[in-house]
Design a protein around this ligand. Sequence first.
Ligand code: PMP
Length: 321
Amino acid sequence: MAAEAKKVWMDGKLVDGADAKVHVLSHTLHYGVGVFEGIRCYDTPRGPAIFRLEEHVARLLASARVYRMPSPYSHEQICRAIVDTQAANGITPSYIRPILYRGEPALGVKNQKGKVSLAVAAIPAKKYLGESSDSGVRAKISPFRKFHSDSIPSFAKTCGNYINSYLAGIDAAEDGYEEAILLDHNGFLAEGTGENLFLVRDGVLYTPGPESDILLGITRASVIEIANDLGLKVVEKLLTVNELLVAEEAFFSGTYAEIAPIREVGHYPIGTGKPGRLTRDIQDVFYKLVRGEEPRYAKWLHPVTTTAAPVARTARRAGTA
Ligand code: PMP
């Protein structure tokens, strides 16, 4: 990532990507206790705009609270740091990655004394699932279950959570699939490695709810709102593999994946085996709105302005956000 990131924001300073380093004995590296976000910035007729910036920063701070990582920066300061990083790199569309971490040498799993730092990087955005995200993704049901929230809270977006996604993801890739679908502890559908899941049946949208130990995706919430605005019914419930196999349509939602139709699960085609009509309708609205072409959703776009704020100087006074 650093190779592609020209400038990385680290505790108030914009440093060259090659110099964006942390200590090898850092607590986050060893124990996975760090929290992060993935955010996209799109080109719009009014200039670059960050999609749902405030919601991402709110989730970052909520994740930090779960892990008792007092953020030295307020919500507003983190938003500013993200905007400044985007402006300094000047790449759109981009994928922005803020992370709160303990980067100083601090071994010992219960060590909470290490300084909490914020870094923000912005790299050129790619299509996560390649061309397939348009024509439809082939996914498999993973032999790895989604971790239970009784062990690790799934609502927090924590570095260590992704060893679960990693195992499921590489297993799917080794079997020739583009993505994995993880089941929850009880065998109900949970989500992809980095995406939420939707099904369509009889014109109704279904998606697993919080009880399936998912991450409450910001794209998921956006899809639900778009679907409601299109007059579609959306039901959150426990969903079985059975229901996925007979679905007329299915798709993933996520910041990196955006809205990616699923055309096959295992060797079973979903619906006609091609992206379905309602998936396309939702994709149409989504791709228009992120490019600033749907005034109704302008509230979700945060313009990137280039005035640098003195985040570094005020940082230490912010206290816990
Ligand atoms: N589930 C998991 C496990 C994820 O990592 C992500 C990506 N953040 C999502 C769902 C989708 O969330 P969002 O729409 O907020 O990117």
